[in-house]
Design a protein. Structure first.
Lengths: 290, 290
């Protein structure tokens, strides 16, 4: 039975997790810590946390479940810091956007009988801007939450009985807050999100940057494009800080996806007046069929 | 005073225009004709029309204002058919997506003292699917509606007094239904919409078609991408029939825009781990600033 949760990183995802757990009926304590204390204070005031910690390692030791809700490299840093101070009565999970490196570190640093368990996770939820102030108890409702431990297929993962039970309980809470759990191999995860998440982001960034060059000096013309343009560039508002670690830790898969799209756009460009254009529209229509 | 309007093409835009005129207080008659009569029947049942015509040329002659709400080549065909049968007491306007060819035809076939006036127009409103059944009296509320007669700067456009008055009245109705009128040169119009409308469409089509190839066999994975993916591919549902004429009549500008985006994506791909990526995000953020 999970009764004490610690959230390290109380931005949009961390604070939303706190709100969602409360809304789903979690009655234990939720402590939080954030590198910039104002985000933790905001999360506290919104009711996502019961308390703000000043010593995150002590907070983690006093909790049963520690949720790391930060960019990937920060998560990897915290995994190194937490592994030596936690034990077989602890579970650490995360919401990191790429899973190959985190899942490898989970095998190296956790998931032994005398150590804490680590359950690598990734909820496909977010907004184009971060921050606790945008947190939402419904953020994970209907969203896919991927776990990459099964895919690891690592027979050397041997958890203590206590921590294995925390893993089961935490999975139930993730379902309780409305997420749809998918088990996936970490390498397959990273390839998949390169297509369905990272590619759309980098396309929106590239399109927005290009249009800023083209019509940025005529703000009234930005409105000409209407809803289609707004949607195609909304993700252009995403800050670099949210994407740097993703670009670094999934470079190969993102490069392959971007290259494939460049080729696809060239194909369309060369076939604006041939029947190939109809074939592209038909295939695109197919993707959008329910 | 406009009292008799005829709408040729009662799909999404044509039927929405009828509904919007009614909602804005137009008390005259609105007749309609559509190549496929079921769309006209739907528009009639929705209240967008008072009557469905069987002879569109006669309908046009009996009206003061004829609105051509069809793809560009169909508009050009109708301009040829209407010019000889209408006179200085008539105004023809349109909602065509590209304006260079239509505006040139307007000068050649209309806008002389003994002929009907033609006011080339383009409302930046629509949905990813067409059809009268989706018509909406609010479709044009807040949308930009461009007119390309001023840009034509053509001193040979000499309208009759009566038709010039119809032009002024029609402009007022466009404002009354909530659209924001912009005057623009037809060549500049076509270049602008290549960037802010056609490029987003072809990117959404290419992205959707690519993803259909990549994850189309695993429908459950389409949902992994969440809201960002849904938005970036919504326009992928647009049918080829809505875009064929645009691709044909604005090929050069669309090719230039697509090529520029291909280069931009290649630049991002080559700089996933360099400070250039931050610069791209910063520029994209700038585009999305209000």
């Amino acid at each position: 039975m999970i009764e004490r949760i610690a959230i390290v990183g109380t931005g949009l995802l961390g604070a939303s997790a706190g709100l969602a757990l409360r809304a789903a009926g979690f009655r234990g304590t939720i402590a939080g810590w954030n590198r910039g204390p104002e985000q933790a204070q905001t999360a506290l005031e919104m009711g996502a946390l019961d308390s703000v910690a000043t010593d995150p390692l002590q907070m983690a030791r006093e909790s049963q479940v520690v949720l790391l809700a930060m960019p990937v490299y920060a998560i990897l840093d915290w995994m190194e810091q937490l592994a030596p101070v936690l034990g077989p009565d602890h579970l650490v999970s995360d919401v990191g956007s790429t899973k190959a490196q985190i899942t490898a570190a989970a095998g190296r640093l956790f998931n032994q009988p005398d150590r804490a368990a680590f359950l690598p996770g990734h909820p496909m939820a977010g907004k184009e801007r971060g921050g606790a102030a945008l947190a939402d108890a419904e953020l994970f409702r209907g969203a896919v939450w991927m776990f990459t431990e099964a895919g690891a297929g690592n027979p050397s993962w041997k958890r203590s009985e206590a921590s294995a039970e925390l893993v089961r309980d935490w999975r139930e809470w993730v379902t309780a807050i409305g997420a749809k759990v998918i088990e996936i191999d970490p390498a397959r995860h990273d390839e998949l999100v390169a297509w369905v998440s990272h590619l759309p982001q980098f396309v929106a960034t590239g399109l927005s940057a290009l249009l800023e060059d083209q019509v940025g000096d005529a703000p009234e013309l930005k409105h000409v494009g209407g809803r289609g343009l707004r949607e195609m560039t909304r993700l252009g508002a995403s800050p670099y800080s949210m994407w740097r670690d993703i670009a670094y830790t999934n470079s190969e898969a993102i490069q392959a996806a971007l290259f494939a799209l460049e080729q696809r756009l060239a194909h369309i460009r060369e076939n604006l007046r041939t029947p190939e254009l109809r074939a592209e529209f038909d295939k695109a229509n197919q993707f959008r069929k329910e």
